[in-house]
Design a protein around this ligand. Structure first.
Ligand code: COA
Length: 157
């Protein structure tokens, strides 16, 4: 039996996606999920990037198991082509992990990116998210850069 059924989300998946998206965080991305949902359904974008969001459900009970948000980015660290398929949000419910659900979601995302003409697929993970880093490596991603991010508040001129 397949571990899960994976397909692009539709209007019927709104509650499941929003509920799982809240669990993924981080806080700044969880801001206004209903608005993100409307943007996706109306324009096929999230934060103005073209997206395809996949949901994985249990093959018999249809219970939601996880999702992957795949975008097209003009540039991705370490990549040589443009546009690049990009794994943005990737989440599997804790009790469903380690059974191939995450892999099935990434495969669906890779197939979508191929259909958009991409020849590279990229992603990122926090440096202390060791499970995600190992899962990326198991799925054939090669590490290309460790980046330290900075911010600075700009005072009014
Ligand atoms: C990362 C995540 C999506 C993986 O989902 P999953 O369903 O457990 O993944 P799979 O079972 O398909 O495993 C995929 C591969 O990664 C490996 N893997 C998964 N979790 C792992 C872990 N904790 N440690 C080591 N390897 C791991 C698996 O062994 C498998 O490799 P294999 O095909 O060689 O056996 C899931 O752990 C998750 O939702 N984590 C919390 C959210 C998160 O960190 N998301 C990523 C943000 S960058």
């Amino acid at each position: 039996m397949r571990v899960c059924a994976v397909r692009p989300i539709t209007a019927a998946d709104a509650d499941a996606w929003i509920s799982m998206r809240r669990k993924l965080g981080p806080d700044w991305l969880v801001g206004d999920l209903p608005a993100m949902w409307r943007e996706y359904i109306e324009h096929g974008t999230i934060h103005a990037l073209p997206h395809c969001v996949f949901i994985a459900r249990h093959p018999i009970t249809s219970e939601p198991l996880g999702f992957a948000e795949i975008s097209l980015r003009e540039f991705a660290e370490g990549c040589l082509t443009t546009p690049v398929g990009y794994l943005e949000g990737w989440y599997v419910e804790p009790e469903a992990r380690g059974r191939g659900v995450g892999s099935a979601l990434v495969r669906a995302g890779e197939d979508w990116a191929r259909r958009q003409g991409c020849t590279e697929f990229a992603s990122d993970a926090d440096v202390d998210n060791h499970a995600s880093i190992r899962a990326h490596e198991s799925l054939g991603f090669e590490p290309v850069a460790d980046v330290r991010c900075f911010r600075k508040r700009l005072s009014a001129p």
